[in-house]
Design a protein around this ligand. Structure first.
Ligand code: DC
Length: 210
């Protein structure tokens, strides 16, 4: 049951949705939730246990033993694994970048994280970003957005962040997986962020909210 309103923001890797979601949350006094970091934390924990991420059965078993939590600090959720909050360096390490789409396609991993994401709506109004937030996690939300950008812009943005991973390959896996693939959610406002400044993209979202 959704206790507080949730603004959902979905889109492919490096479309700029995280920056937009964080600022929209600040402007609306809502808690910012980056669900990609939850999948990244699970991936980090699974890799720590020595599991090969291509082995879905081994991933399922390793993930089942992980205790994942989302404590709120300074208006946003962090992610902790077995009681330890993970830092950006751990969440965005090369091994995690490479394996996260493999871990995120395992249905049992998604079931657990989707349940944890729904439970966060008890904390207060949320701005939640990810791949399936408007389509699966909160399909009844009337406040849905899909932020897109061209592949060139997204690759350049990712490089500027200091990452060398292949966003196109991650998008391919995220869009073609069987369980809750990346889609434009029904009823979502689509924003093409290829040529917008951050302020313009934030305004594009805020101007459509009641
Ligand atoms: O938002 P991000 O790029 O940090 O997300 C990392 C990966 O996590 C992404 O490639 C797919 C997965 N993910 C997902 O499957 N569902 C979500 N709601 C969020 C992320």
């Amino acid at each position: 049951m959704q206790a507080h309103p949730v603004i959902t923001i979905d889109g492919p890797a490096a479309s700029g949705k995280s920056s937009v979601a964080r600022l929209v949350a600040g402007r609306r006094g809502a808690i910012y939730v980056n669900t990609g970091n939850m999948y990244r934390a699970m991936t980090w924990a699974v890799l720590q246990s020595g599991v090969d991420a291509t082995d879905a059965e081994a991933v399922r078993a390793a993930a089942a033993a992980v205790i994942l939590d989302s404590p709120v600090a300074e208006g946003r959720t962090q992610v902790s694994v077995n009681g330890r909050v993970l830092g950006d360096d751990e969440l965005n390490s090369d091994p995690v970048n490479k394996a996260v789409s493999l871990v995120a396609r395992v249905p049992e991993v998604r079931e657990r994280l989707v349940a944890a994401q729904r439970a966060l709506a008890c904390l207060g109004p949320l701005v939640m970003e990810g791949r399936d937030i408007g389509s699966v996690v909160f399909p009844d939300s009337p406040l849905k957005f899909y932020i897109d950008a061209s592949e060139e812009v997204r690759a350049a943005r990712r490089r500027a962040q200091g990452h060398t991973d292949q966003v196109a390959e991650r998008d391919r896996l995220d869009s073609t997986r069987k369980t809750s693939p990346l889609v434009v959610p029904q009823g979502a406002v689509v924003i093409d962020n290829s040529r917008l400044t951050l302020d313009q993209a934030v305004e594009a979202v805020l101007s459509r909210l009641p």
